[in-house]
Design a protein around this ligand. Sequence first.
Ligand code: ARG
Length: 463
Amino acid sequence: MTSPQASQYTWAGRFSEPVSDLVKRYTASVDFDRRMWRQDIRASLAHARMLAKQGIISAQDLADIERGMAQVWQEIETGRFEWSLDLEDVHFNIEKRLTALVGDAGKRLHTGRSRNDQVATDIRLYLRDAIDAILTLLRDFQAAIVTLAEREAATPMPGFTHLQVAQPVTFGHHMLAYFEMFERDRERFADCRKRVNRLPLGAAALAGTTYPIDREFVAAELGFAGVCENSLDAVSDRDFAIEFCAACALFMTHISRLSEELVLWMSPRVGFIQIADRFCTGSSIMPQKKNPDVPELARGKTGRVNGHLIALLTLMKAQPLAYNKDNQEDKEPLFDAVDTVTDTLRIFIDMMGGITVKAEAMRAALTQGFATATDLADYLVKKGLPFRDAHEAVGHAVKAAEQKGVDLPQLSLAELQAFCPLVEADVFAVLSVEGSLAARRHIGGTAPETVRAAIARARQRLG
Ligand code: ARG
């Protein structure tokens, strides 16, 4: 005899007592997996159409299932659907409601499938949709970066190594460095999508099914590029989700580098840029404060996305084949990675347009670190001095300039000649910021004309 409480469970036949409320809460996933309801219904409809085509269920059953699912869809969309923790997950919730609406046809839907291949299918559909949205947003974000790069293609700023002034670059060139990072991120997401886009349905619990199913048909119905080849692998691996989180972690790492620079540049001590007020907040106590909260938070959220990657790797590590309930834990990290990356992109697209560049501050910073010292060394090399000797001579010149409290171009010709007799009057063109920039004309260099050409190519790559 089953207890009245236990009978509401699908597996009531085999059980003699219900689970406690705590166990119910511990094992249920409906609170977080219900966000896959659209994918669950889409996959169920494709499965039902296949069952009918193969004569496994009747045409009438299919019609009932389609009618019932249309209503379930409506109920969920309009917020009238009653989600129940007793029904554990999104799959049971929808199936039970369908059965309540259409009777036996609803009970036949689960023929030839298991929740194991069902959930694997739902996640892949969900993730594919998420990747498509991310790819579009990433493209828009890169376009915003290119727009800013174009506006400032010839604006000089100090390029840094070790956070010390190194050589002049243009702000546009600096922005294009981020374009490249995000271009690789876009490639990674697009590549990951290929491995997401395979159909697990048909694997059933783990070993396949005895019904004459047509997996290729279901794959085509759902827009998958093909089927998962092995039933055990289909239901048990989540490497595609791990890979997605790895792409997210790298993307956020790039975002954190950009964010760090925005924060630094916005500090009044540096003053290279201003970010539009709508991305900043004030202080509850210090009336003068304007804090770059958005980039700071993005920097912080990088940690949580990196954490999701480690969580999924650890979840999968050493799991025996095939499905284990551990895998239910894949969803929250995965969904949060999707949400964090999606929201970050939406905000950053807007924020890039709200950046004002303070060209005077950047130029002032360029006069403080002997930014054209390498240009002077290269100049001496072109006059015949070996590079190591040139490096040493310029080192002495820098020391002298530092003691005098001036930059290299402020030294007189005679002073410069004291360090190396090869110096002539044409040296001053080389020591200027504009001269330094213009001299770096090869592909990947920072000359304004080169940056403009790179911008044109970047636009083409965005399509
Ligand atoms: N809610 C489960 C999950 O997210 C669905 C699959 C359950 N399968 C099982 N054999 N208990 O993984």
